[in-house]
Design a protein around this ligand. Structure first.
Ligand SMILES: Cc1cc2nc3c(=O)[nH]c(=O)nc-3n(C[C@H](O)[C@H](O)[C@H](O)COP(=O)(O)OP(=O)(O)OC[C@H]3O[C@@H](n4cnc5c(N)ncnc54)[C@H](O)[C@@H]3O)c2cc1C
Length: 391
């Protein structure tokens, strides 16, 4: 049986960076195992294929976890600055957009994967693809069982991701391995995902897009506010504003959404313009009164839903277009998983408090972030914390 000092299971974002950090510091006797036929499949698909790898604003409010202070502390030890300087050292070039989202200048996520994969190859790191770790047993160290073969290591790092989009290889199987070592798993929920709403109010709007301000409430409490586009679908809403808002709803069963159309035009201006239009344009059908204010179908829908045909009622409706939240689409559509192995069951090096020499990285842990590069930064910062402990 082949014996290694360290085995890293999962060649996604965190496993790849961890391997590069170990290789950079001259570590030799370790192996990276990946079930897929190639490394970094999900990383290559991130940011609509453009790879939004981090964000210039890494404040704590963008993360969700059972131990937020630990998340902040680990992020500050390997922040976006350290990440970018490491990736530049490997030969990459990165640029931020107006929202602080950082992308490779190539705008190709796969080029980040290539950078990391190429570095491992140049350093002669042992990599095995097509190795699905189905079971882990332990006596003195750890025995990893794949299909028809076994491998032994003294220290084990689990980097298997969460449950979002299992076609990339992360399907939650590593929660079961963690449980065998006495860990609990915070119930997984899809996040950064489309939102389901009551279908009747938005009938006929499928495929229509609008730039809006989107808010979510529960009772009198504001859960979150986002800005961007919404796209109406037959199950509810999609689009950037929805992805930005969805982490605030990931583990909730009830909420009300409010869409504010025309967020950059004041209520007063709209009321005044509409009063004038209603009075002066008797030739315009009632249903068409919002033509040139909103997309025609949205305009007709707003007229239908308004409690009265007055400027005030129409503006109230378009500024506070309510939809009942009915959950989210599932893991097959989500970009990230809320939940996982609790951070409090690990120390500051992300070593298990249940089993010595067992470590966790990335989305497998109960940490997730907002849309905008936060989840990859967590994968990379957590990899750094483990690398420091393993050196
Ligand atoms: C479509 C999409 C777009 C995204 N866009 C962005 C973005 O732009 N910015 C951002 O910050 N985040 C984005 N994310 C989220 C981000 O990709 C993840 O949070 C991040 O990849 C998690 O890294 P990880 O290393 O923990 O897990 P992963 O990258 O999921 O890697 C886990 C790896 O482990 C392997 N594996 C699992 N189980 C086993 C096993 N038993 N044996 C062997 N191998 C195993 C899997 O095959 C996989 O390759 C996106 C996600 C998706 C799905």
């Amino acid at each position: 049986m082949r014996k290694y000092d360290i085995a890293i299971v999962g060649g996604g974002a965190s496993g790849l960076l961890l391997s590069c950090l170990l290789a950079e510091r001259g570590k030799k006797n370790f192996i990276l195992l990946e079930r897929n036929d190639r490394l970094g499949k999900k990383l290559s698909a991130t940011g609509n294929g453009q790879g939004n790898i981090t964000n210039l604003d890494m404040s704590a409010e963008h993360f969700y976890s059972d131990e937020k202070e630990k998340v902040s502390s680990l992020l500050s030890r390997f922040s976006q600055r350290e990440l970018l300087s490491f990736l530049e050292k490997l030969g990459g070039l990165f640029e931020a957009d107006e929202r602080g989202r950082v992308y490779p200048a190539s705008k190709q996520a796969s080029s980040v994967t290539d950078l990391l994969r190429g570095y491992l190859s140049a350093k002669g790191v042992s990599v095995r693809t097509g190795f699905f770790v189905r079971e882990v047993t332990c006596s003195d160290g750890f025995c990893l069982k794949g299909e028809g073969e076994e491998l032994f290591c003294s220290r084990l790092v689990l980097c298997g991701g969460g449950m979002a989009q299992k076609n990339f290889g992360s399907d939650g199987n590593m929660y079961e391995i963690a449980k065998k070592f006495g860990h609990t798993v915070v119930k997984p929920h899809p996040s950064l995902v489309q939102i389901k709403t009551d279908a009747e109010p938005i009938k006929g709007l499928k495929g229509i897009r609008a730039d809006v301000r989107l808010s979510a409430f529960d009772g009198g409490k504001t859960l979150g506010v986002s800005e961007g586009d919404v796209i109406f679908t037959d199950y509810g809403v999609s689009g950037n504003a929805v992805f930005y808002l969805s982490p605030k709803l990931a583990d909730r069963t009830s909420a009300t959404l409010s869409i504010e159309f025309l967020p950059n035009v004041t209520r007063e201006k709209l009321v005044s313009l509409l009063k004038n239009k209603i009075a002066s344009r008797k030739d315009v059908e009632k249903s068409e009164i919002l033509s040139c204010f909103l997309n025609n179908q949205i305009g007709r829908n707003v007229v239908r839903r308004a409690p009265a045909f007055t400027a005030e009622a129409l503006v109230d409706t378009l500024k506070d277009y309510k939809l009942q939240y009915r959950g989210t689409l599932g893991f097959d559509y989500a970009q990230v998983t809320r939940g996982g192995v609790p951070l409090k069951e690990t120390d500051f090096a992300l070593q298990s408090k249940k089993k010595k020499n067992l470590y966790f990285c990335g989305e497998l842990l109960n940490v997730d972030g907002d849309c905008g590069g936060y989840n990859l930064q967590w994968a990379f910062s957590s990899a750094y914390a483990v690398a420091q402990a393993l050196l």
